[in-house]
Design a protein around this ligand. Structure first.
Ligand SMILES: Nc1ncnc2c1ncn2[C@@H]1O[C@H](COP(=O)(O)OP(=O)(O)OP(=O)(O)O)[C@@H](O)[C@H]1O
Ligand SMILES: [Mg+2]
Length: 358
């Protein structure tokens, strides 16, 4: 397969499985996506939404039930995995325990029949890129989780693939290492000028790493956009919830003019932003805990009584009861249970959606 490309195109890629009862399960339903050269794409969604299925379809580990995959003008979904030549990093590393770090990384090159000297040279260069110089002769079992993860990345990139596929590569690591490795993976991606497709169920990971995020749910794409678009303008309530809009509150819709909505619940009136067609009648308003401020100025204020406080040092997460229901609110500093706050949310940050059917 060619070593570089302009566009990887997924056209209506679908995959069905058969479950234990012999019934078909649609794991992936008509995925359309163009990945450009150099792009870092995150596939984001809850467990079971089809992320690994999508990645395995691209890698060639799953056959497609429908659709096609193109690398520029070459159709590749008909090729076996080794002919596609993509680098793959699995969640469980899948290193060979009896081979040294250097031999693990060189394995793919050796299989391709390259001379021993070339294999070693390239494996050493890959280990340098993932900053594991000095560990060449160790066995995987003698390395930390993060170091093993780096070996897995080196092994995926040593074959100089046009595309690197990563399936939740950081989920076995502790929080500190995970955050360090995010930056490392971004750096390696940048140095290689290749494309990366990265599967995760962690919205922070997707937001901080990706150029574009593909949000999935039950085998279908909900939104494709930059981290900012997905974060600020979630396409629907599912995306909003998944990306951190923890408060979804019913309001009665008043008027909508140029996307500006008036909302009412009891004697509380708020203004919000409708991103699509909403109403009439009851709507759902999505608000992030971080988007409230303690204020009595500037309109869009309401009162809420603190029910619980989760102290977090610089900031606290509160559960507070307002006339329209309970809310999660993050504020700077500490607060006391029973205290009544005046809270404000900017009309831009109260997003109005059509209410879900129950
Ligand atoms: N080999 C298989 N046979 C039958 N069903 C499968 C198979 N692989 C996946 N599925 C089903 O397809 C759906 C999507 O699975 P997939 O592994 O792609 O999810 P995922 O988004 O990667 O989840 P996770 O975050 O838990 O890894 C699930 O409902 C799963 O049960
Ligand atoms: Mg998975």
């Amino acid at each position: 397969m060619k070593q570089n490309f302009q566009t990887l195109r997924l056209a209506s890629v679908s995959r069905h499985f058969t479950n234990a009862e012999g019934l078909p399960v649609a794991a992936l339903k008509g995925l359309d996506l163009d990945v450009r050269r150099g792009e870092f794409i995150a596939l984001l969604g809850p467990s079971g939404c089809g992320k690994s299925t999508a990645l395995n379809c691209i890698a060639g580990l799953n056959a497609l039930s429908e659709g096609a995959i193109w690398l520029d003008d070459a159709r590749i979904d008909v090729l076996p995995p080794e002919k596609r030549g993509f680098g793959m990093v699995f969640q469980n590393y899948a290193l060979f325990p009896h081979l040294s770090v250097l031999d693990n990384v060189g394995f793919g090159l050796k299989m391709r029949g390259l001379a021993r000297r070339v294999v070693e040279q390239r494996a050493r260069a890959a280990l340098e890129l993932v900053q594991l110089v000095g560990h060449e002769r160790k066995l995987p079992g003698q390395l930390s989780g993060g170091q093993q993860q780096r070996v897995a990345i080196a092994r995926a990139i040593v074959i100089e693939p046009p595309l690197v596929l990563m399936d939740e590569p950081l989920s076995n690591l502790d929080t500190k290492l995970r955050i360090e490795m995010r930056a490392e993976i971004r750096r390696i991606h940048g140095e290689l000028d290749r494309s990366t497709i990265y599967v995760t169920h962690d919205q922070d990971e997707a937001l901080s790493m990706a150029d574009r995020i593909v949000v999935m749910r039950e085998g279908t794409v909900q939104q494709i956009g930059t981290p900012r678009q997905v974060y600020e303008r979630p396409a629907n309530l599912h995306v909003a919830r998944f990306i951190g809009y923890r408060n979804v509150v019913p309001f009665s819709l008043g008027t909508v003019v140029d996307g500006r909505a008036t909302l009412k619940a009891g004697d509380i009136e708020l203004r919000g932003t409708a991103l699509g067609a909403v109403g009439p009648g009851m709507v759902s308003v999505a608000m992030r805990p971080d988007d409230f401020e303690r204020s009595t100025e500037g309109g869009n204020c309401f009162r809420a009584e603190i029910e619980t406080v989760e102290y977090g040092g610089r900031e606290s997460l509160l559960k507070a009861r307002a006339a329209f229901g309970s809310l999660y609110v993050r504020i700077a500093g500490d607060a006391a249970v029973g205290e009544t706050l005046s809270l404000r949310i900017s009309p831009d940050r109260a997003l109005v959606y059509q209410q879900e059917a129950h």
